[in-house]
Design a protein around this ligand. Structure first.
Ligand SMILES: O=C(O)CC1=CCC(=O)O1
Length: 96
């Protein structure tokens, strides 16, 4: 199942900068692992904001929930999820 996920990262101003840098490094590594596995299909930065828009390919809602809750920056994210399905006009074989 494909999901469009928006992650809005909101770091508190009084957070320990070293802790946050460590979490960001962990987040980047986790993202790379999931992209290599074909689970985190795409990620884009929303220009001018500490926000990304991503596409996930997971077996079901519960799998997505577990992945998102396990992200290192999860405690500092506002997350929105939309389920996607193939558009009948798409000509791309990998849209399903
Ligand atoms: O920077 C972000 O948008 C948060 C994030 C998600 C995966 C990653 O590497 O950073």
């Amino acid at each position: 199942m494909l999901f469009h996920v928006t992650m809005n990262v909101r770091i508190p101003h009084d957070a320990d900068p070293r802790h946050i840098e460590a979490l960001k490094a962990q987040e980047k590594a986790r993202c790379a692992d999931l992209m290599a596995a074909g689970v985190w299909r795409h990620i884009w930065r929303v220009a001018g904001q500490y926000k990304n828009r991503s596409i996930f390919d997971v077996p079901d809602n519960a799998a997505l929930h577990e992945i998102l809750m396990g992200l290192p920056l999860f405690p500092f994210m506002e997350i929105e999820v939309e389920a996607l399905c193939r558009h009948p006009s798409s000509i791309r074989d990998d849209d399903s």
